[in-house]
Design a binder for this molecule. Structure first.
Ligand code: GLU
Length: 375
């Protein structure tokens, strides 16, 4: 069973790897040797054509010494610690990748960037561009500006949202626990390790209870890992929960290391389509010509050149209905332009859009990943 899960991981096109604070920092110092070994693992995956996004915690753990010895408790103390620690974290990660020909990029996100559709379009386009350029994006929560309402608070969920946003096939959560147990293994000798989960249920949540693997660093426990796995599962992405404290953690996992595997119930493409079907309530209509209808049906994005008219008032990131010249519904999608701008660029070739709007927008009005076509 794990052999097939392992094979899917080996074949994954896009992988999000999340590393917990306890792996990155020890007593306020970076675990540079470990980070170096992780960078070697990731460089090997990249060399075999896999795209990797790293979600790294550790900013608060690395920055907090500069605020005094106490573990920061108040939000503003954590935010200040994160502001101090984030550059240390990036310096360590950059140094780790320095020996490999792999550029690293920093992206700091908040809850809003992955929940609000307009911002989500921006964040995704940036990550796609970085991946296309062969870089490893290194993501953390933008702790120093996030207030309680716009905060994830734990990077497990952030990593799952990122996986969903970019259509990753696998999410690897590296921490200091090697998976889910039927009970807390520290207190119950009969606790059994769970190898594979096909469907996450309340029973698994009960097992996770409030086991928090790191009382002193980081904020995620098993409960947040399962919450992350649930988001990923619904997005068609497999989740692997494993211990990553030793050197070369990804190599060890691929060699059959102990882990809990939460399997996806569908492909990321099918999951995205299901999500779009459930979430898109059109706020306006974009009318398109026969050429665009043909292109859309063969899987292309909707370009401004195919648009013949725009109806209704909508903002960038809104859902729109796409109709042909007879008013027949062709599909629905998320628009990268407001109704006003869409009307101004209707019928234009992509390279004429910038001159018309005065800014360089997205090449597509509706990207094919944000589109569902009626059959
Ligand atoms: N963003 C926090 C940090 O970098 C970590 C959040 C978490 O522990 O999941 O320190």
């Amino acid at each position: 069973m794990t052999e097939s899960a392992l094979n899917s991981l080996r074949a994954a096109k896009r992988i999000v790897i999340k590393i917990g604070s306890a792996l990155v920092a020890d007593g306020g110092r970076t675990r540079q040797g470990w980070l170096n070994s992780l960078a070697t693992d990731i460089a090997a995956l990249r060399a075999s054509g896999q795209e990797i996004i790293l979600v790294s915690s550790g900013a608060i753990a690395l920055g907090r010494n500069h605020l005094g010895d106490e573990r920061p408790r108040k939000l503003e103390e954590k935010q200040a610690a994160a502001a101090l620690g984030q550059p240390l974290l990036m310096a360590a990660v950059s140094a780790a990748f320095g020996d490999h020909d792999v550029p690293v990029a920093q992206a700091l996100l908040t809850l809003e960037d992955t929940e609000n559709r307009r911002r989500w379009l921006n964040a995704r386009a940036t990550l796609e561009t970085l991946l296309g350029a062969g870089a490893v994006p290194v993501i953390n929560e933008n702790d120093s500006v996030a207030t309680d309402e716009i905060r994830y608070g734990d990077n497990d969920r952030l990593a799952a949202r990122v996986a969903q946003m970019i259509g990753a096939d696998a999410l690897i959560l590296l921490s200091d626990v090697d998976g889910l147990y039927s009970a807390d293994p520290r207190v119950d000798a009969d606790a059994e390790h769970i190898l594979v989960i096909e469907e996450l249920t309340g029973e698994h949540d009960d097992m996770a209870g409030d086991i928090n693997q790191s009382a002193n660093v980081g904020s995620g426990g098993m409960a947040t890992k399962l919450a992350a796995a649930r988001i990923a599962q619904a997005a068609g992405c497999m989740t692997v929960i494993t211990r990553g404290t030793d050197m070369s953690p990804i190599e060890a996992l691929l060699a059959g290391g102990k882990a809990t595997w939460v399997l996806p119930s569908m492909t990321p493409e099918k999951a995205r389509e299901t999500w779009l079907r459930g979430h898109l309530t059109p706020e306006g209509t974009v009318r398109v010509d026969a050429g665009a209808v043909k292109a859309l049906r063969s899987g292309a994005s909707l370009l401004p050149v195919g648009v013949t008219g725009v109806k209704g008032q909508f903002a960038r990131g809104a859902a729109v209905a796409i109709k042909d010249e007879n008013g027949t519904l062709i599909g629905k999608g998320v628009t990268a332009y407001s109704s006003e701008d869409a009307a101004r660029i209707a019928g234009l070739q992509t390279d004429a859009v910038e001159a018309q709007l005065g800014y360089r927008g997205r090449p597509a009005l509706v990207h094919r990943d944000d589109l569902i076509i009626e059959s």
